[in-house]
Write a protein that binds this ligand. Structure first.
Ligand SMILES: [Zn+2]
Length: 322
């Protein structure tokens, strides 16, 4: 696959996303943190071709100008690159409908009338018109916002309070969602989900892909022997299959272990050894995992034991010379 080259591996998901975009479908990318959901969505902006649209705030279509700026002939057709029609919204519980859709400016409402297009200050959503609205962490938004968004997706325009703002908002929607996150998340309603296709991203398919990601993103402070690195990342990957865990270490944990063990070795002016990994293990991993309540251990104790067992079973960790 030539597309989405910023993300290592994940070929199945890349193909799903490609066909969804080709079919102009709205998509939610679901997956744990650090697997490349945001990177993948940002890659979409690069794929979006330039288009001839009005240079107004809404990128109106030249044959169907809708906004005040276009109707008063202040705008003109222009070649708008795809990256200018890619809008990113960060989902959070504080995000309001006004942030997303826009607001009525009271002084302009007096001047032009409350339902006039001039009185309307557009929110972020309209800048994605004829492009892509990328909504990160969709399930961290209040339900009210989901409903407002749903209406825009269904009708192609927005209602703000009592005002039906008939301004085009025609875009491909790409949301991301982390299924493991439970705190401060809203369940997406069935009606909402029915508007989307879901593309699932998971942990890197294999050790090689994860090593490539680590090499691509991590800083090196001291030489990390290949065999030791492979064993270290294999340990992180083994935790993802551990039945005692309900929250699993992300790819950021692998990158973190690499950087911390390598920095620790540099402090001691040596190449990275198994002891460097062991010493930073809890600091990097303990808060990134969560044990089942029935396990009755602290994350630190659990990790110490798990790493000890793993070390004994792994010659590259327990052997001499490292
Ligand atoms: Zn316009």
């Amino acid at each position: 696959m030539q597309a989405f080259t910023d993300v290592v591996g994940q070929n199945g998901a890349k193909q799903q996303l490609s066909s969804a975009l080709l079919g102009e479908r709205h998509v939610i990318i679901v997956g744990p943190p650090g697997v490349g959901k945001t990177t993948l969505a940002k890659n979409v902006a690069k794929l979006l071709p330039a288009a001839t649209l009005m240079d107004c705030e809404y990128h109106c279509q030249p044959d169907k100008p809708m906004c005040a700026e276009c109707l008063t002939k202040k705008s003109k057709p222009a070649n708008i690159p795809g990256t200018d029609r890619f809008v990113r919204v960060q989902g959070s519980p504080d995000l309001t409908v006004e942030d997303l859709l826009g607001d009525i400016d009271p002084s302009k409402a007096l001047q032009y009338g409350p339902t006039s297009k001039e009185a309307f200050t557009p929110g972020k959503i309209f800048k994605a018109n004829q492009g892509v609205l990328f909504f990160d962490e969709l399930n961290r938004c209040p339900e009210k916002l989901q409903n407002a968004l749903l209406q825009v997706l269904e009708e192609g325009h927005a209602t703000l309070g009592s005002h039906d703002v008939n301004i085009p908002a025609n875009f491909i929607f790409i949301g991301t969602m982390n299924p493991e996150e439970t705190a401060a998340t809203e369940k997406l309603s069935d009606v909402f989900l029915d508007r989307f296709d879901v593309v699932k991203l998971s942990w890197p398919d294999n050790l090689q892909d994860e090593l490539s990601i680590v090499h691509k993103h991590a800083q090196t402070f001291a030489q990390f022997p290949d065999k030791l690195l492979e064993a270290t990342i294999t340990f992180v990957r083994s935790l993802r299959d551990n039945k005692d865990l309900i929250k699993h270490p992300s790819v950021r944990a692998s990158i973190g272990l690499y950087e911390r063990a390598s920095a620790h070795a540099q402090l001691h002016k040596r190449n990275v050894g198994a002891q460097d990994v062991a010493i930073v293990l809890a600091s990097v991993l303990a808060h990134r995992i969560e044990l089942k309540p029935s396990v009755q251990k602290t994350s630190e104790d659990f990790l110490e034991k798990a790493f000890e067992d793993f070390t004994h079973a792994t010659p590259d960790l327990s052997g001499e010379g490292l």
